[in-house]
Design a protein around this ligand. Sequence first.
Ligand code: SAM
Length: 355
Amino acid sequence: MTKHLIESIGVKVVKEKGEEIRKCLARLELLNRDVLIKKEGEHLLIPVSRAIKERELEELKAVYPQIEVVKTLFKAAPHRPKDLMEALKDLLPPYKLASLPGSFDIIGDIVVIEIPPELEGEEALIAEGIMRIHPHVKSIYKKAGAVEGEFRVRPLKFIGGIDKPVTVHKEHGCLFKVDLKEVYFSPRLATERRRVVELVNSREVVVDLFSGVGPYAIQIAKFRGAKVYAVDINPRAYQLLLENIRVNKVQDRVEAVHGDARQVASTILRGIADRVIMNHPSQALDFLDAACLALKPEGGVIHVYTFAHAFEDIEDYLARKIRDAGRRVYGILHRGFVRQVAPREWQVVIDVKVR
Ligand code: SAM
């Protein structure tokens, strides 16, 4: 046996059923990922990680009667490094290895990474390393500045793979087409979005004042069945939002609005919302008047995102702004740290009940 061949149990299946059975074995946690699937004439040999129990085999055979268990030699799968440190351990000196980022964002098949100044000049090597860790990744960009401007877009520099900033990202089973050079999108907000989605009930009307490509709006419509108005001022975000609404089949529940949140809230969306989402941390506090206008006369809930060191200062400010808008804070339903943005600064969220 050469060192590239490994003996393993496998199942022999006809080629046409191969992908279906591979997925089924993966779901049963039976797939052996250390070796590669092998072709044999009109059949595929799919390696499994342990002996298949009699009962499991009976169940598999009930669905796929042609399945046959075999023991044979399979080619070893190429070794995938677990992180950048392992991927680059023989290619960079120790002081540079020590500066490698421990994490990066994966958005669809794109990686966005923050590279510290000590690693300037090593970008191509880092990009290669990322593609070895994550073979599905096609494009790698480094952060070339802070999120900026009205559209909240981060400048990016292409460092490896193919220069294609458009991808489709999956979040909680929904698909979001994004164009990272022209719109805002962060996969780090997935858990927070899930929290908000779960608070909504099907009878609500929700206004998402700064919707971007629609991750809050579309998930609320898809999973809670509520009616959502999604507003964004960036024409490219609006265009992608329309596509995402269609792809996720929520045309009957999400209405996309291209325009300025204040203008829209004071006209077409005035007085209609049970809930307003303000996911625009650098500006949300300045738009509280618009959120109050969008709420129904009897009030509702506003999810305000902002940057802060502590909650106390914001809550006083919030109460004052809401009073100035002719409303009243009835209670704070939730205070949460969403993510750290600087050593002593956080993106926070406050759910305010307004009357
Ligand atoms: N909620 C989205 C998400 O989770 O991906 C995007 C949030 S991003 C931080 C803020 C969004 O607000 C951007 O897409 C930007 O274009 C939009 N925006 C900025 N000013 C606006 C305004 N005056 N009216 C409507 N949208 C605005």
